[in-house]
Design a protein around this ligand. Sequence first.
Ligand SMILES: [Zn+2]
Length: 186
Amino acid sequence: MTRRDIQLMQEKIGVTPDGFWGPASIKACQEHLRKMAAQPNQWPAQDEVSLQKFYGSPGDTSQLIQLQVSDLCIKYDGKKVKTITCHKRVARSLGHILEALCECFPHIAAEYAGCYNDRLMRHGTRPSLHARGAAVDFWPQVNGNRTQWPVVAQMPLEVMEFFAVGGWLSAGAFWGRDAMHFQATR
Ligand SMILES: [Zn+2]
């Protein structure tokens, strides 16, 4: 993002718009997003015990459903997506978020990069939230795992806000990288 983009974000989250994304901006951005979620947040904490209790085991396909998205504008590899395999407990919330995304950011909705995937976290030994069908990725080309957000990565704050309203966590705002990734945890 440009310095001006970052200044606009800083104005929105209520810190000095100096164009420098430091600890104060990071903290304010996280608070800004957390405040948008309905309280109490319906999603589990990120520890394995909470995840297991709420979502069941990673790779348990009996927990998954096919979310119908054929009336939306989501594309994968340039091809229209008709269904998304996700955890049954996130389907309704995800559907609402995707509607908003298609309406306001169709170019990002057209860069869908997957939901359910029975794999470990990148560089990790714990199962990814993708392995429980409770995470989605968008626009990986410029929002990768090693790409710093928001200085280099391009995911707009407004997209994170759509997810935040549903209580979802945006990796870019909370981990400063992997901005393509959104997951249904607190
Ligand atoms: Zn992801």
